[in-house]
Design a binder for this molecule. Structure first.
Ligand code: IVH
Length: 677
């Protein structure tokens, strides 16, 4: 902003002050913030920057002049901090951290590196604990840094706050500062409980910790016990021989406080940067929420030499981690078609820096997910990116929805090939059913050529990619149209390998019905199911293509979902054409002898199958009997010619014995079939 924009700046400052005050109240008094920390920091920074350009516009009530907010009404007794509880300046990136180090050394007049203590920046509620003659006397929140709230009664339940200092010679008065945090596990448990009770869950562990500390009525002791106090400073009562922050942490440990184990002495700037990187890397594994590293000038004499600003010390800084949550706006919702034909709605975001990267897309997974979160184009949303996890949309900021924003719906047609999409009963995923949809083609060709399918040797990932990219293959069946000359023209393919590929294609043309069915890539038809269907239909593709859902469902081991998927597949004209083309291109399999009624060695005989046969599946046995002219029925009657019994037969065997029906084992059946050795 140019200096001439003074009037504009004044209005902006006014707005920023009231907005920050509003968010402070939500955050400190109600423990229910509406915006992310990163956004809040940005408001404060913008205000500080404007005040730096126009110092005369800085108002005495500006939040840049104080810490936190004044303690609440009368409910907790006010407690005055003898030594003000300061806040910390933030560094958002390495450049800002380097600038901090330079400023420190300039103020000290030192060209040489200075040593820092690296600590965790604990994301909780700051408290001061006062010990009188070694006994815990008062504990208070930070409040506005000068006056906080006396929450002693609640703090007494926090297990990591020692009731007495573990030292024979305690100072008359010691003031210990640290952070009350709620470990993540306890945080999740607490929120589960709250939600079960219908209470609003806490936004983050810090608010939960602060909220727990400030309970007044019906104090939940369990909640207090799950809090943890971690100490990081001695504001009063520092032993005279303690001259560094690092030594002070040691004293705190001796006195019986928990100090974060990660704290480390950093000899110079590089060591400090390494500490930051290390903690950042461990962040996800820590049991508590940590939002950065704090660096403090190690030597206390030097701290005193360079002193404090009104709000924060000059000798310490919080080097923040990249925020893991940010808000941004959804500019569009696109639909991507994956390699398996799944349609995935993807939110196109106004680019936002979150979790260390700029995010401009976030998956919305499927239609149900979009509906559950009710995400709409134009919405402001909270985006989260933690660790290496893909960015997620956590929630919609309800009060920022533009008027007229419409509910989102999955398109009815594939955005890539325009086929009508399908969503099977009970499935979350919407799919493009077109085998030759360009989005799916490479994947389908790979599957088609894979070992359990047509087993086309040498048709690997790279080659398939090339073929699809050069449009030499636009449908699966095109692979059988490839000739040696075309293949030899491809990159990294000599005549010899081209000839090998052609020979492999030739071999693959001779297959089995089961392999062929599996190769088609029908949803839910894996190798096993393909075998069951192939057995049931005895290689008769026409019969399968003409079958209805009930017929397929009737096959043992095949359920309604599979049956529906098969029928749908063959109902699609493109798939029928593709199958016809494959046959025309020479794909074939041995078929079982065509069945003709009333012919064959078993003509006129009825069979009932029970139990497990040693080498046949039930379907195979049925087919063999039918191929030989026999009939297989479900239940035993006097008219039954034979009961074929395998291992663990059911009640049908008993029935057969009762009615005097002949019982065969597998050998007996093979004999009848004329197959016996
Ligand atoms: S020292 C004079 N050390 O961060 C320095 N503070 O943003 C005052 N915090 O108010 C604080 N971890 O609530 C210090 N290792 C740490 C900290 C820490 C978290 C909090 C504390 C402070 C706030 C400043």
């Amino acid at each position: 902003m140019a200096k001439s924009d003074r009037a504009k700046a004044e209005r902006r400052i006014e707005w920023l002050i009231s907005e920050i005050a509003r968010h402070d109240a939500l955050y400190y008094l109600r423990d229910q913030p509406e915006i992310t920390d990163a956004e809040y920091d940005r408001l404060r920074r913008e205000l500080a920057e404007l005040e730096a350009i126009w110092p005369d516009l800085a108002r005495p009530d500006s939040p840049t002049q104080r810490v936190g907010v004044p303690a609440t009404e009368a409910s907790f007794a006010p407690f005055e901090h003898r030594v003000p509880m300061l806040s910390l300046e933030n560094a958002m990136d390495e450049a800002e951290f380097r600038a901090f180090d330079e400023r420190v050394r300039r103020l000290l007049g030192s060209d040489a590196p200075v040593d820092y203590v690296g600590e965790l920046k604990l994301d909780g509620a700051a408290v001061e604990l006062v010990y009188e003659n070694g006994k815990f006397a008062v504990g208070a929140t930070r409040g506005d840094g000068r006056i906080g709230e006396d929450v002693t009664a609640n703090l007494r339940f926090v297990l990591s706050i020692p009731p007495a200092l573990a030292t024979a010679e305690p100072p008359r008065r010691a003031s210990v500062r640290g952070e009350v945090v709620l470990p993540l596990r306890a945080f999740r448990r607490l929120n589960r409980l709250r939600e079960a009770r219908g209470d609003e869950p806490f936004v983050n562990p810090r608010n939960a910790a602060a909220g727990s500390l400030r309970q007044r009525e019906d104090v939940d002791v369990v909640r207090l016990r799950s809090l943890e106090f971690r100490a990081y400073a001695i504001a009063e009562g520092l032993p005279a021989d303690t001259t560094t922050q690092f030594a002070a942490l040691g004293v705190l440990r001796e006195w019986g406080f928990r100090v974060s184990e990660e704290c480390a002495l950093c000899a110079d700037l590089d060591a400090a940067l390494a500490f930051y990187q290390r903690v950042l890397g461990e962040r996800e594994r820590l049991p508590i929420e940590v939002d950065g590293a704090v660096f403090k000038l190690n030597r206390i004499a030097w701290q005193q030499e360079i002193g404090n600003l009104p709000r924060s010390p000059r000798w310490a800084i919080a080097f923040k981690f990249p925020p893991q949550q940010e808000t941004t706006v959804i500019e569009a919702i696109d639909v991507q078609v994956g390699r398996t034909g799944a349609l995935t709605p993807v939110a196109k975001l106004r680019p936002v820096f979150v979790g260390g990267v700029t995010v401009s897309n976030a998956s919305l997974h499927n239609q149900d997910e979009v509906e559950r979160k009710d995400v709409r184009v134009g919405d402001t949303v909270v985006v989260q990116r933690a660790g290496d996890v893909i960015p997620q949309i956590v929630a919609v900021v309800a009060n920022k929805r533009p008027r007229g924003a419409r509910r989102w719906k999955m398109p009815s047609h594939c955005p890539v090939c325009r086929s009508e999409v399908v969503r099977l009963e009970g499935e979350a995923v919407t799919r493009c059913p077109n085998l030759d949809c360009p989005a799916q083609l490479a994947n389908n060709v790979r599957h088609f050529a894979s070992r359990g399918a047509l087993d086309i040797e040498g048709l690997g990932e790279k080659l398939v990619q090339q073929l699809v990219a050069q449009r030499l293959v636009t449908r699966v069946s095109d692979v059988f149209r490839l000739d040696a000359a075309t293949l030899a023209d491809l990159e990294r393919m000599g005549e010899k390998s081209a000839a090998n590929r052609v020979a492999a294609l030739e071999r693959a043309r001779q297959t089995t019905f089961a392999r062929f069915l599996y190769a088609l890539g029908i949803r839910h038809v894996g190798e096993g199911v393909a075998q069951l269907i192939a057995d049931a239909f005895g290689g008769d593709l026409d019969a399968l293509m003409g079958a209805d859902q009930a017929q397929i469902d009737a096959i043992e081991g095949v359920g309604p979902t599979i049956a529906e998927s098969v029928v749908r597949f063959f109902a699609d004209e493109r798939n029928r054409k593709e199958v016809a083309d494959l046959l025309a291109l020479g794909v074939s399999w041995p078929r079982a002898a065509p069945r003709r009624r009333g012919e064959g060695p078993l003509a006129g005989k009825t069979f009932v199958l029970t139990g497990t046969l040693p080498s046949f599946t039930r379907e195979e046995a049925k087919r063999r009997i039918e191929d030989a002219g026999g009939k297989v029925v479900a239940s035993v009657s006097k008219k039954t010619s034979y009961v074929v019994a395998g291992a663990e037969p059911g009640s049908k065997l008993a029935k057969a014995t009762e009615l005097g029906v002949a019982v065969l084992d597998e050998g007996g059946l093979l004999e009848l079939l004329g197959d016996a050795p």
